[in-house]
Design a protein around this ligand. Structure first.
Ligand code: ZN
Length: 203
């Protein structure tokens, strides 16, 4: 399986990092080795002194597809989840300045938290799902999918122009504002519509 991540999909997050607003979604990949194993803590890697949490809504693909029109996109996923796109921000900044790919900053081991998934039929409108991240019991990121610049079905259309989507692939749909650094002993808890989706300890 592969993980396809979307960058710069929430206006307020683009502003907080002083990035340019893209004319198309920004895409990058994470390998399956980036997935943090269930129950394991997140270990801050020694090559970064500024790892940021990015809470993101996840879409699990259930059917193989290429060049999927947005109006058929709902037939390609039944489950929505929540996760974290851990980002070595200091390293990413260096790579961005040199115009280099971001993989070292975003695709390292443990950099993808994949929490629980729930059937989309239990969620109502997928384009208006509230979600949040709490760090040590305090809300640090909070948004709804309504704030996405490109909604889930548009993302599936766009992503599948470039990459064949296969069963089990996961799309990370971008992070809202409020990203910040994690420190040892932090506890990160994600909620989708008040349902607990993951709990991660940082070491
Ligand atoms: Zn992200």
């Amino acid at each position: 399986m592969k993980i396809i991540c979307v960058g710069r999909n929430y206006a307020a997050h683009i502003e907080e990092l002083a990035n340019e607003k893209p004319t198309d979604p920004v895409l990058f990949l994470k390998p399956d080795t980036a997935i943090l194993l269930k129950k394991n803590p997140f270990l801050i890697p020694d090559f970064s002194s500024q790892v940021h949490h990015e809470v993101e809504v996840l879409v699990k693909i259930k059917k193989i597809g290429k060049h999927i029109d947005r109006k058929f996109a709902p037939g390609y996923y039944d489950e929505i989840g929540l996760g974290i796109d851990f980002t070595a921000r200091d390293l990413q900044q260096q790579l961005k300045e040199k115009g280099l790919p971001w993989e070292k900053a975003k695709a390292f081991d443990g950099a993808a938290v994949v929490g629980n998934f729930i059937p989309k039929k239990e969620l109502g409108d997928v384009d208006n799902i509230p979600f949040r991240l709490e760090k040590n019991g305090e809300i640090v990121q909070e948004a709804t999918t309504q704030l996405m610049l490109w909604k889930i079905d548009e993302l599936i259309e766009y992503v599948s122009k470039y990459f064949t989507l296969k069963i089990g692939d996961i799309i990370f749909t971008g992070t809202p504002a409020g990203v910040g650094a994690v420190a040892p002993n932090d506890v990160l808890e994600g909620f989708l519509e008040n349902r607990p989706m993951f709990s991660i300890k940082v070491k």
